[in-house]
Design a binder for this molecule. Structure first.
Ligand code: GLP
Length: 260
């Protein structure tokens, strides 16, 4: 696992956007997995700037979702599909036909979950999956004690996660209890995992995920199993890392030709 400590969220966004731009240069029809929440927004704004500057061509890019609420009607402004259309697809000029996600409004949720895993595999798999981290260490919506081998499926949110996400809804009661999320096993199939964490509220989850034991109680610790996982943290989120100086020195000495 590579840990990169950046000065602030904007620097993290630029670094990750550069890695994504390199991916699309190498593979124009790459499948990019995107995440919701506030943390990845600097990545999306940096990507948008690259498209506007003409340094990033997304004319063949494909995009997929990590997770989705269950039970929100299709088109609900806080459904993750709508959020990602607004924050990522529209600003980058990528049409909805090249964007896919789990169907949280499906009648048969179990079938929708299975269909999504199959669709990702049939599409050649995810090339780069962008991840945030919950304050309880969740990735996607894989709450603590999710199986480390899990596939896309329905999950119940913890009250902590519902409270964390309540800011996006008119009232806390509107936050759904159920979600469809790529499983941890599904996420681990992406070729490159890039987790961004910023702010002091994430410091404890970050240290548990990076330096703690691999355990289902901290779903993000599953990144320790992945052969190509990058964790980008700002100074505040890095505050509890015991090996912070080592991570800084390693990144500073990294050869120029080696990207994330
Ligand atoms: C939600 C999403 C996660 C995201 C997390 C943290 O639970 N399902 O993918 O990582 O929120 O969000 P934020 O970046 O706003 O802290």
């Amino acid at each position: 696992m590579e840990i990169v400590i950046v000065p602030d969220a904007a620097a993290g966004g630029e670094l990750i956007a550069t890695a994504i731009a390199e991916l699309f240069t190498r593979k124009p029809d790459a499948l990019l997995g995107v995440a919701t929440g506030s943390t990845p927004l600097p990545v999306y704004r940096a990507l948008e700037a690259k498209v506007e500057a003409g340094t990033l061509d997304v004319s063949r890019a494909r995009v997929c979702q990590l997770d989705e609420y269950v039970g929100l009607p299709a088109g609900h402004p806080q459904s993750y599909r709508e959020v990602l259309l607004r924050e990522v697809l529209e600003p980058l000029g990528i049409p909805g036909e090249r964007f896919t996600g789990p169907d949280g409004a499906a009648e048969d949720i179990a079938a929708a979950a299975l269909a999504y895993d199959r669709e990702l595999a049939a599409g050649g798999g995810v090339d780069l999956q962008l991840l945030g981290i919950g304050t309880d260490g969740h990735i996607g919506f894989n709450e603590p004690c999710s199986s480390l081998a899990s596939r896309t499926r329905i999950k119940t949110l913890t009250e902590q996660t519902r409270a964390d996400n309540a800011r996006f809804f008119d009232s806390p009661d509107e936050v759904p209890h159920h979600v469809l999320t790529q499983g941890i096993g599904t996420i681990l199939e992406a070729r490159h995992l890039v987790l961004l964490a910023t702010g002091a509220a994430k410091a404890h989850a970050v240290v548990q995920a990076v330096e703690g034991p691999l355990c289902a109680l901290v779903p993000a610790s599953a990144l320790q199993l992945h052969p190509h996982a990058t964790v980008v943290v700002d100074e505040a989120a890095a505050a509890e890392l015991r090996l912070a100086d080592y991570f800084r020195a390693t990144y500073a000495a990294k050869p120029d030709w080696q990207s994330l």
